[in-house]
Design a protein around this ligand. Structure first.
Ligand code: NAG
Length: 173
């Protein structure tokens, strides 16, 4: 009985720890968001119509599982995309989209959220980042913070795309 409880306890701790590593309280990041800046070391993927040009609409959480509603362009048309994250045996968070993605939140507060992701498709790894805002745009200092984080992950300044003045498939919101 003691052993069982211990195992159960450890499983719980480990399960929570994985999520905690990245996102302390998933409830804090639920609700409506806008993609304000996109970045990738393969810029063609975040350009208009690129596979990683993903615009967030909202995030939600259920029993510790994070999911989101997104918008993207396909053949010139905006379409909705739903994604659900899962925690792998490695304790990291992943989701399936245009291949396989590892992700983590690098910065967050009440007005912004920064995700860095590693996309693996056909054996090729692409690093990409998204800066989300609660509003359609964000102050310069937060954009600067995003630049710094991108740099740390090997994304250069000229590989960053500010979309705050672009059409982000707003019609579908
Ligand atoms: C992009 O970054 C990933 C991860 O660091 C790296 O494996 C890949 O070779 C890079 N791609 C390019 C085109 O620089």
């Amino acid at each position: 009985m003691k052993m069982l409880l211990l195992t159960l306890g450890l499983t719980l701790i480990c399960g929570l720890h994985a999520l905690k590593n990245n996102i302390e309280d998933p409830k804090k990041i639920t609700g409506e968001w806008f993609t304000v800046v996109l970045a990738s070391n393969v810029t063609s993927k975040i350009e208009e119509g690129g596979s990683l040009e993903l615009f967030v609409k909202s995030l939600s959480e259920h029993d510790g599982i994070l999911s989101g509603e997104f918008l993207k362009r396909e053949n010139g048309k905006c379409i909705p995309v739903s994604l659900t994250a899962f925690t792998g045996e490695d304790g990291e968070m992943h989701f399936t989209y245009d291949g396989f993605n590892d992700f983590s939140a690098q910065s967050m507060d009440s007005e912004h959220l920064i995700f860095i992701m590693y996309n693996t498709k056909d054996g090729e790894v692409t690093v990409w980042g998204e800066l989300y805002g609660r509003e359609k745009t964000l102050p310069e200092e937060i954009k600067k913070k995003f630049e710094k984080i991108c740099e740390r992950f090997g994304i250069r300044k000229d590989q960053i795309r500010d979309v705050s003045n672009d059409d982000r498939c707003q019609k579908l919101r």
